[in-house]
Design a protein around this ligand. Structure first.
Ligand code: NAI
Length: 328
């Protein structure tokens, strides 16, 4: 099948070519994102392969239909950027990669937590500057702390187990309870209890109309003073302006994010020679207790291999008219 890739990064080319072992498919890789302007770049492809920040709204989908696209293959798990109803109306199937190394993202959430707590980014720079002092690097024992986890699907469940391994008390909230996690020691509670009792809160639920701005001025006011907030899920779960206020007044003790509400303007691109116009992100990066990574949670060898293999398996199934187990 002829497949057009949008928002391609060099590692996509490497891993997708590797997975296309018998050269069954013909790929064209574009660095441009998919949006209303760029559908013109489609030539004779049957499928488009897109990532988290490609804009697959109703108007783009209308254009895809005009270009005879029959399949949208997401090379990611989240699908909040796709208008599924419009795709159904257009008769275009949508497939995704529902799970690819949940360990990659869960481990990244833990990385953010530990790096923030022990100020690794500061000590790295200090030692390189021959400054061997410890002032300001004080952290806390993660052992014994209460960790609140919102969303215990693939990634949240792995995160819960890691935190249990640290000797934490793990509280969780999800619309479904995971029995195996409960047996392992996780206690399901209301979101209010998570906010009120957690020393550390980590978000692992998808972005939906229900979860948009789950963390806002109101929920922050319910949290313990000094709480550490980690978000590796989707930026829209957090009302960033409220979080900035809470960082300024010390209510939030530290923030680690791998996702940001306005990330599609910035992430996966190099702006090191330009002035960033996003004042909220610029403010965030001035705080000494904020760590921002640019949506790299998924970025491990294992996850990239699985993403490419599952995406091609989805495309193969579509081509052979087989049931699409990863259809949306
Ligand atoms: P999943 O679908 O396995 O789990 C999501 C869980 O959230 C489900 O158990 C679901 O019941 C729960 N949930 C839904 N609505 C909820 C609500 N209102 N309150 C509490 N829980 C709710 O998804 P998975 O694979 O664990 O991924 C979680 C999120 O992580 C994805 O939606 C995606 O946005 C993000 N992600 C981030 C990556 C990164 O590189 N930073 C990579 C992959 C995923």
């Amino acid at each position: 099948m002829n497949i057009l890739f949008f928002s391609t990064q060099p590692y996509d080319v490497t891993y997708f070519n590797q997975a296309n072992t018998d050269n069954a498919h013909h790929f064209r890789f574009l660095e441009y994102p998919l949006n209303e302007d760029n559908t013109a770049l489609i030539k004779d492809e049957t499928a488009v392969c897109v990532f988290v920040n490609d804009k697959v709204n109703a108007s783009v989908i209308r254009q895809l239909k005009e270009k005879s696209i029959r399949l949208i293959a997401l090379r990611c798990a989240g699908f909040n950027n796709v208008d599924l109803k419009a795709a159904e109306e257009a008769g275009i199937r949508v497939v995704r990669v529902p799970a690819y190394s949940p360990h990659a993202v869960a481990e990244h959430a833990v990385t953010l937590l530990l790096a923030l707590n022990r100020k690794i980014y500061k000590s790295y720079n200090r030692v390189r500057d021959n400054n061997f002092t410890l002032g300001g690097l004080e952290g806390f024992d993660v052992y014994g702390k209460t960790v609140g986890v919102i969303g215990t699907g693939n990634i949240g469940a792995v995160f819960c187990r890691i935190m249990l391994g640290f000797g934490c008390k793990v509280l969780a909230h999800d619309v479904y309870k995971n029995e195996a996690l409960m047996k392992a020691g996780v206690t399901y509670v209301s979101p209010e209890t998570i906010m009120a009792e957690s020393d550390i809160i980590s978000l692992h639920c998808p972005l939906t109309p229900d979860t948009k701005h789950l963390i806002d001025a109101h929920t922050i006011s319910q949290m313990k003073r000094g709480v550490v907030l980690i978000n590796t899920s989707r930026g829209g779960l957090i009302d960033t302006r409220s979080v900035v206020e809470a960082l300024k007044n010390g209510h939030i003790g530290a923030l680690g994010i791998d996702v940001y509400e306005q990330e599609e303007q910035l992430f996966f691109q190099n702006f090191s020679g330009t002035i960033i116009q996003d004042d909220v992100l610029s403010r965030l990066t001035t705080f000494p207790n904020v760590l921002v990574t640019a949506h790299q949670g998924f970025f491990t060898r294992e996850a990239l291999t699985q993403i490419a293999e599952t995406t091609l398996a989805n495309i193969n199934a579509f081509e052979k008219n087989e049931p699409l187990k990863n259809a949306l």
